[in-house]
Write a protein that binds this ligand. Structure first.
Ligand SMILES: NC(=O)c1ccc[n+]([C@@H]2O[C@H](COP(=O)([O-])OP(=O)(O)OC[C@H]3O[C@@H](n4cnc5c(N)ncnc54)[C@H](OP(=O)(O)O)[C@@H]3O)[C@@H](O)[C@H]2O)c1
Length: 439
């Protein structure tokens, strides 16, 4: 973890820390996390803290060492946590020389997190506890949709040819949803379709070609979809590219902004009338789900660099990825606002699927990809867990009527302050309209 380099020790807010309830059922009254400042050049920082419940009945100590590859105000960190869980129930006080306390458990865990604006920490236990929805980071897409009947619904899943998109497609189809796999690679997706049909011969699947990096392709897809006469209840904007070197789309936009945001922005706009008429005729709520990322916290300082979208000299692969993922959240928020104003029965939400090292997302970083596949897969999410939040937001009745929210681990979550900036969302909308109208 990295703080600013001021010499003072930072005391970080308790509200953003989710204590691991699996390690104790007591309600925590407050939490103090003390972050020792890093040096101006260093990148590692030890953090320790303790949580105290009402009447000091429970104490959790978690010496923590976080390592961050970056030094800045919005940096990722990953670390090992040792958690010593003590209940002071008075009964053992004498036996322990009057100090009280009895160790309940000692556990080693892994944490992944981000230091965001104002030194607030957003972080997650890689193997987490259940949230208010009843699901956790460990829940799979099948688990969060157990017992839900999606028969009669039609969905488009972009990027269905691999990773989270494939698993989302499989599980939605398992629940009876007719899924249109919107993909740029027909060969791979043909194999994916075959594999799903082999497991579930009743799956209703279609494959349609879509290259989000080409507005002409997006328009062709939307036009063919409308001509097919299919309804559209669920639009899952899942496809994405992460941290490639500086490249441009076919429409001369930086690849990540152009693919992850602009492609999906245009696709959504072109399909809105179909979604609206489906919602009206079927009397079923339509849902738009934007697969974003906690990486939205890496975005450039100003969030979206409207005047420097294609500026190669100041390009940073991770900040550009963050910018595009921030745009996914702002896009969903602005859609939600517009739907509410229009009284349309469609919701729009965004989400972080978790860290899933076994997808092809790291394809531009072969060394990290190799390491992730060798090591990280043992303590991070797999694809069934990675597709859970998408399937939860798309299908679960708990999410009915919920719009303009950000989810993680199949629960409501807090995005960065920039992601909640309504003016920025409006500015991005207008900017995106200008970019897409001209092509
Ligand atoms: N994996 C993670 O840890 C993680 C974490 C946070 C967020 N996410 C988000 O989750 C989403 C899915 O990623 P993933 O992890 O499943 O990665 P993935 O396995 O690489 O899947 C990405 C999908 O997007 C498709 N795609 C890329 N560019 C496209 C384009 N121009 N037109 C159409 N489709 C395109 C890919 O198609 P091809 O197979 O043809 O390339 C692929 O099917 C992404 O939006 C990503 O940002 C992932």
């Amino acid at each position: 973890m990295v703080t600013d380099s001021s010499p003072s020790t930072s005391v970080l807010s308790s509200s953003v820390w989710a204590p691991p309830s699996a390690w104790g059922g007591c309600r925590l009254r407050h939490l103090v996390v003390v972050a020792l400042p890093s040096t101006t050049t260093g990148s590692g920082i030890p953090v320790h803290g303790h949580m105290v419940t009402s009447a000091c009945r429970l104490v959790l100590w978690f010496p923590y060492v976080g390592l961050s590859p970056l030094h800045g105000s919005s940096s990722p960190f990953v670390g090992v946590v040792w958690c010593h869980h003590v209940v002071d129930d008075g009964r053992d006080a004498a036996a322990q020389g009057g100090r009280g306390g009895r160790a309940l458990s000692t556990k080693l865990g892994f944490k992944l997190g981000f230091v965001g604006e104002s030194n607030q920490i957003s972080e997650m236990w890689i193997f987490g506890r259940k949230g208010p929805s009843g699901f956790s980071a460990c829940s799979t897409a099948e688990e969060v949709t157990q017992g839900i009947d999606g028969t009669g619904l039609t969905a488009i899943v972009t990027g269905a040819s691999s990773g989270i998109g494939t698993e989302t497609t499989r599980v939605l189809a398992l629940r009876g949803v007719h899924v249109v796999m919107a993909v740029r690679n027909r060969d791979t997706s043909g194999k994916v379709k075959e594999a799903i049909l082999k497991e579930n011969p009743n799956a209703k699947l279609d494959v349609m070609e879509l290259d989000l990096g080409s507005m002409a392709s997006v328009r062709k897809f939307a036009s063919e979809y409308k001509s097919s006469g299919l309804p559209l209840n669920l639009l899952i904007n899942n496809a994405g590219v992460m941290a490639p070197p500086f490249m441009l789309t076919q429409d001369n936009l930086e690849l990540q902004f152009g693919t992850n945001h602009i492609g999906h922005f245009l696709l959504t706009n072109l399909l809105l009338e179909t979604m609206k008429s489906t919602a009206r005729e079927s009397q079923k709520e339509g849902r738009i789900v934007n697969v974003s990322s906690e990486g939205h916290r890496y975005a450039y300082r100003e969030g979206v660099r409207f005047d420097k979208i294609n500026d190669e000299s100041s390009f940073s692969p991770m900040s550009a990825y963050g910018q595009s993922k921030l745009a996914n959240i702002l896009h969903a928020n602005e859609l939600a606002k517009r739907f509410k104003e229009e009284g349309v029965e469609i919701t729009a939400n965004s989400l972080h699927p978790g860290a899933i090292p076994t997808t092809k997302l790291l394809r531009h970083h072969s060394i990290i990809d190799g390491l992730a596949n060798m090591v990280a897969k043992y303590f991070m999410k797999d694809c069934p867990q990675g597709a859970a939040t998408t399937c939860y937001v798309a299908l679960h009745p708990q999410v009915k009527g919920v719009s303009g929210e950000y989810f993680s681990d199949s629960n409501l979550a807090k995005p960065s302050a920039l992601a909640k900036d309504e003016e920025l969302a409006k500015k991005l909308w207008d900017f995106s309209v200008t970019l897409t109208d001209s092509k």
